[in-house]
Design a binder for this molecule. Sequence first.
Ligand code: 13P
Length: 339
Amino acid sequence: MNVNELNSVANGMLGNGKGILAADESSPTIKKRFDSIDAESTEENRRRYREMLFATAGVADYIGGVILFDETIRQNTTDGVLFPQYLSDRGMIPGIKVDKGAKALAGFPGETVTEGLDGLRERLEEYADLGAKFAKWRAVIHIGDGIPSDYCISANAHALARYAALCQEAGIVPIVEPEVLMDGDHSIERCEEVTVATLDVVFAEQKAHRVALEGIVLKPNMVISGTAAANRAGPQEVAEATLRCLKATVPAEVPGIAFLSGGQTAEEATEHLGLMNQMGELPWELSFSYGRALQAPALDAWRGDEANFAAGQEALFKRARLNSLARLGKYEVAMESAA
Ligand code: 13P
């Protein structure tokens, strides 16, 4: 596939006011989410929950792409249609999480490196056959006493470049996700410093590996205070710091940036995105690729009970619609109660 085709897939995921639904929780992660609502994490419950999300009427107006986990890309709707086919039929592009998780980085206490490069070429070929048009790889950077180290940042950026190059070779758009975690009591200034340093190395590695930047999507964290920080920065400050950081580091060839929510509440994640999209012209699409910030209200409304199927869909629809408005710069906080 050439760069133009990759670029048009990226635009299909993020153009026209759309964003991405991250529904690619690994089995241990979805179990944690289900535990929080006292639902059992059986294969059938996971399938039914994902079906509830994907079948939400009208959601494709706001969601251009859905990230799936290995189990889900092989599952069917109740009527027997494979999920990737079902999503494509409804106008949502199917994608796949391909990393194998962040593992302890030997010799660097408290830091991780994401695994999954071995055999990736063959796995990408299989996922392309199953209908995946894009992929996701999440690198995790921790802020703490003396960390992140330069070595951890470069090991993760190297893996992200190896992954992205293999995706493009397979005709798959790579979502490049270097997540600087919110965990800790660090200031917003410290988050900005680490995020700038990380993105600089990430793009240097992408270029060194000859990745076509026109055919990737960047999935970064917002620049935000640590969850346990004493005086957490307000929404305006988060929006300004995040845009300053992205303008300093992300080349204009990148077609789209889609934020992760990373533990922000659903409302915070929407408000921050809305403010940034009201701050004038940007070289890239600035959108969302939220997991928890799209799903938490739906999960809570569903609670594993078939009787709450419609309520769960209503909750997802509301978040998808408000995030789409935010992504277009048309969101106001008052819409939360009006919607
Ligand atoms: P959150 O929005 O819940 O951070 O998840 C997004 C994601 O896909 C992380 O890899």
